[in-house]
Design a protein around this ligand. Structure first.
Ligand code: GDD
Ligand code: MG
Length: 368
């Protein structure tokens, strides 16, 4: 059985990080997100995948090309010139799906410990044309809301419901098993949404079923959820079949005396951490990051080559590749710094502010 992984979206909600890195490759514990997706499929015995690509496809192909440990797990690429939407992206992958039988489809931005095998078994035991995995969330309005009956037949599928349409906490987890007939329902070469067009049609024919998972689940598509997923993986809360290391530090990290590292952390190779700096509270530092004297980095993700200068504070935020936080600046409250941006000395950034790639904020130009 093969899978289609949908990774063609622009990652709009994770900008400015996704201006430079496709959402499928943002790192979690210093491993590109796609690595978790591939592990998930391989652990369930899926034999290969078609990547349904559109935005920044070269980086994703390069990542797969560099992996020499895929042991017979075959990967093909279906690249869109224009976004074809979630169903259009599956249709575009059809030419690589040459086996008979159902296929698995996965949104490329979900991190989950759910049991895919049991979803497939459930699907095969019913007369469903499609089986959707469900998870429960506090606020379903950002997702696809799914109402089911006692037999797990879907009664209603509402993509991005308004608050007054919320009747359940169960949502589409972005993991499907589809019969080949579903592909025949999708017109070729045009934009089609599986959530808004295909699922409601299957539901009206009583051929859409669901399977509820209570395992860990998160969509990493916003700064808040990306950061939370990173922290969950670092603290071992996800239940992935990964070795959980309390402290994950490359040998080449150059650390002065009197540095405080508070695990769990993940620190990549080539990082330099100066004296009296504190790094902890579920932090991930990419390659070659520099943390200056007395700086504090807490509950954050720093991508490759990020710098936090002396006396600066980065808390609960995301610092893009090559970005720099100047001396005594404060970056907190889910701020997101784009690649190579500079937050000059003494600025205070807070409340989810996002700084675009390459932008330079002069000293003390922003404060909250
Ligand atoms: N190939 C291709 N083409 N892929 C696409 C396109 C496209 O035009 N548009 C989006 N994708 C990919 C994205 O890259 C992502 O991996 C996946 O499809 C889902 O798109 P998102 O933009 O992340 O959707 P969402 O998070 O708002 O909602 C979806 O996921 C939720 C669960 O995380 C829906 O499926 C919801 O119903 C669901 O609850
Ligand atoms: Mg998403």
């Amino acid at each position: 059985m093969r899978a289609v992984i949908l990774v063609g979206g622009l990652g709009t909600r994770l900008r400015p990080i996704t201006y430079d890195i496709p959402k499928a490759l943002v790192p979690i514990r210093n491993k590109p997100f796609m690595g978790y997706t591939l592990d998930f499929l391989r652990e369930a015995g899926i034999e290969g995948a078609v990547l349904s690509l559109g935005y920044l496809p070269d980086q994703i192909q390069e990542y797969i090309g560099e992996r020499d440990d895929l042991d017979g797990f075959t990967v093909d690429y279906a690249v869109e010139d224009e976004p074809l939407g979630t169903a259009g992206g599956i249709k575009n992958a059809e030419r690589f799906l040459t086996d008979d039988g159902p296929i698995v489809v996965l949104n490329g931005d979900v991190l989950t410990g759910m049991n895919l095998r049991s979803a497939i078994e459930r699907h095969e035991a019913s007369d469903a044309l499609a089986t959707i995995s469900l998870t429960s969330v506090e606020d379903p309005t950002a997702y696809g809301l799914v109402e089911v009956d006692h037999d797990m037949m879907v009664r209603r599928f509402i993509e991005k419901p308004s608050l007054d349409e919320v009747t359940t906490n169960l949502i589409n987890a972005g993991v499907y098993v589809l019969e080949r007939e579903v592909l025949d329902m999708i017109p070729e070469g045009c934009e089609v949404s599986i959530e808004r067009e295909v699922f409601p049609r299957l539901q009206s024919r009583n051929r859409l079923y669901a399977h509820v998972s209570s395992s860990y689940w998160r969509d990493i598509g916003t700064p808040r959820s990306y950061l939370a997923a990173s922290q969950d993986v670092l603290s071992g809360a996800v239940g992935l079949h990964e070795d959980f290391k309390y402290m994950d530090m490359a040998e080449s990290v150059d650390m002065e005396k009197n540095v405080r590292i508070l695990p769990p952390v993940s620190i990549s190779s080539g990082c330099e951490i100066s004296q009296l700096a504190t790094v902890g509270g579920r932090v991930s530092l990419g390659k070659n990051c520099r943390i200056g004297e007395g700086a504090l980095v807490e509950g954050s993700i720093l991508l490759d080559g990020a710098t936090v200068e002396a006396g600066a504070v980065v808390r609960g935020s995301i610092v893009g590749p090559g970005a720099r936080v100047g001396q005594n600046a404060i970056v907190r409250g889910l701020s997101v710094l784009g690649a190579r941006s500079v937050v000059g000395e003494g600025n205070v950034l807070d409340q989810g502010i996002r700084i675009n790639p390459g932008v330079v904020l002069g000293p003390r130009s922003v404060s909250f």
